[in-house]
Structures are given as structure tokens and as C-alpha cells.
Design a protein around this ligand. Structure first.
Ligand SMILES: C[S@@+](CC[C@H](N)C(=O)[O-])C[C@H]1O[C@@H](n2cnc3c(N)ncnc32)[C@H](O)[C@@H]1O
Length: 248
């Protein structure tokens, strides 16, 4: 290529690059605007639902405190909360049924939320002082602290179970009961949580987990583990099933 032709070619390339840069900025700005719109819509949707709930409460003369708090948290962080409402009494009772109240040692609950399963455990005979509640939502922690002052509350990430509980538990746990939305996490993370939980538990102690999904949230054929499941619990929104894993 002759020199003037090369120069022209470079100028064309530079012009194309500037155009590309411009287009990129416009696209980035558009994406930013769409995100802000989405956030705004989500906030409006949240406010609308809360208003409808308030009206419903006024009309019926009732208070849906826990449900409203839950819904608000779900609107803020849908994937971490994993449910729109707290578990029903039937689901909570089914979870609690797998824990032997006469066993020795602490009972660890992961993701207790506003505490429906905690309540079922206490009603089933587990002393509140045996409960170790691991919850990362500060609003839920405030509720739990007020309702279960004798329980040990750990505000933190349940997926760091080993670090959180290793020095806190004075004896092996009699059970781990989990309301965590496990299926939103990669399988590697779920298996690590299970392994850490079993390292903190008595031999044969149950890891009790509920899920809305059809399949077991952990592989059904886990070497060295036994797995059992409850009937599907239709009286819950959405219907759920309880899975219990034990180290053979
Ligand atoms: C599906 S809700 C279940 C709440 C309650 N157990 C029930 O049955 O209504 C999941 C709960 O797990 C909590 N959670 C989710 N991820 C967590 C994590 N990594 N560490 C601690 N808590 C977590 C959420 O804040 C929420 O309270």
C-alpha cells in the first residue's frame, strides 16, 4: 500500500473506532437507564403490594407482621430469601418431627427467617437454650432475638458454617435444620455445607432440609449417606417437601 493510501486507511479505522466507542457509551447508558427503570418498577411493585396488605389487614382487623416483613425482604433480595411467605405450620411441624427433643446437644437452625420452624421445634419440646440460629438478614435477626432470647443467635452466612460454629458449639449438634434456599447455590457449595454440617454433628444426627423443588436439593445417592423424604406438603405456599440426610 502506498503511503497516502495507508494514511487514509488509518483515518478510516480511527473513525470506525470512535463510532464504536460512541455506540458503546450509548448502549451502556441505555442499559443503565433500563436497570434504573427496573429498580423503580420493583420498588413501586413492592409499595403496591404492601399497601394492599395494609388494606387487607384493616378490613379484616388482623396484622400480618411476619408475612409483610418476609415479603419486603423477598422484594429486596428474592434469591437469598427464596420464599415469598414464611413456612406454614404444617411444614414447620414436619421439619420439627425429624428432631428428637430428648437427644443431647445443640440443635442448629440455618435460615430461620421469622421463626416458624423455630417455634415448631420449641413446641415439639426442644429447649430454646439448645437452639443455635444462623440467619444473615438483620431484620429477621431482630425478630428472632426478641422472640427467642434464650437461643444463641449468629448473624452470618450459613455457607461459612465451619468458621461460624467451630468454636461456638461446645458439643456436637443433635440436628441441623435448614430453611436455606439451597437450590439457588451451585451443587459444590451445597455439598460443602452438608460436609461442614456433618463435621459438627453427632453420628446418625439428621440434616433436615425443606425444598419447593421436585427433586432432592442434594444428590439422592450420596456415598455414605442415607436419604429419606416426607410426603409433599400441600398446605404451604408453594407446596414443599422435607428431605432428611444422615451419615450412615
Ligand atoms: C426460604 S426462607 C425460610 C425461612 C424460615 N425458615 C421459614 O421456614 O419460613 C430462607 C431463609 O434463609 C435465610 N438465608 C438465606 N441465605 C442465607 C445464608 N447464606 N446464611 C444465613 N441465612 C440465609 C434468609 O434470610 C431466609 O430467612
Amino acid at each position: 500500500m502506498q503511503l497516502p493510501a495507508l494514511h487514509k486507511f488509518e483515518q478510516t479505522i480511527e473513525r470506525q473506532l470512535r463510532l464504536l466507542e460512541l455506540k458503546k457509551t450509548v448502549i451502556e447508558r441505555n442499559i443503565g437507564r433500563q436497570f434504573r427503570l427496573l429498580e423503580q418498577k420493583r420498588d413501586d411493585f413492592g409499595k403496591k403490594i404492601e399497601e394492599q396488605i395494609r388494606q387487607f389487614e384493616q378490613k379484616r382487623g388482623i396484622r400480618l407482621d411476619d408475612e409483610v416483613r418476609f415479603l419486603r425482604s423477598w422484594i429486596e433480595r428474592p434469591l437469598s430469601i427464596g420464599a415469598v411467605t414464611p413456612s406454614s405450620k404444617v411444614l414447620a411441624r414436619t421439619m420439627a418431627r425429624y428432631v428428637d427433643p430428648d437427644s443431647d446437644g445443640p440443635v442448629v437452625e440455618l435460615g430461620p427467617g421469622t421463626g416458624p420452624v423455630t417455634e415448631a421445634l420449641v413446641k415439639a419440646g426442644v429447649a430454646p437454650s439448645r437452639l443455635v440460629l444462623v440467619e444473615f438478614n438483620p431484620a429477621f435477626c431482630r425478630i428472632l432475638r426478641a422472640r427467642y432470647p434464650d437461643a444463641t443467635l449468629v448473624q452470618g452466612d450459613a455457607y461459612s458454617l465451619r468458621r461460624l460454629l467451630e468454636t461456638l458449639l461446645l458439643q456436637p449438634a443433635a440436628a441441623v435444620v435448614s430453611g436455606l434456599p439451597l437450590v439457588t447455590k451451585p451443587i459444590k457449595m451445597r455439598l460443602r455445607l452438608l460436609r461442614d454440617a456433618f463435621d459438627l454433628m453427632l453420628p446418625g444426627a439428621p440434616f433436615v432440609q425443606f425444598t419447593y423443588s421436585v427433586a432432592s436439593p442434594l444428590p439422592r445417592r450420596l456415598a455414605g449417606f442415607s436419604v429419606e423424604a416426607s410426603e409433599r406438603i400441600w398446605l404451604n405456599l408453594p407446596p414443599a417437601r422435607v428431605w432428611v440426610y444422615r451419615k450412615a
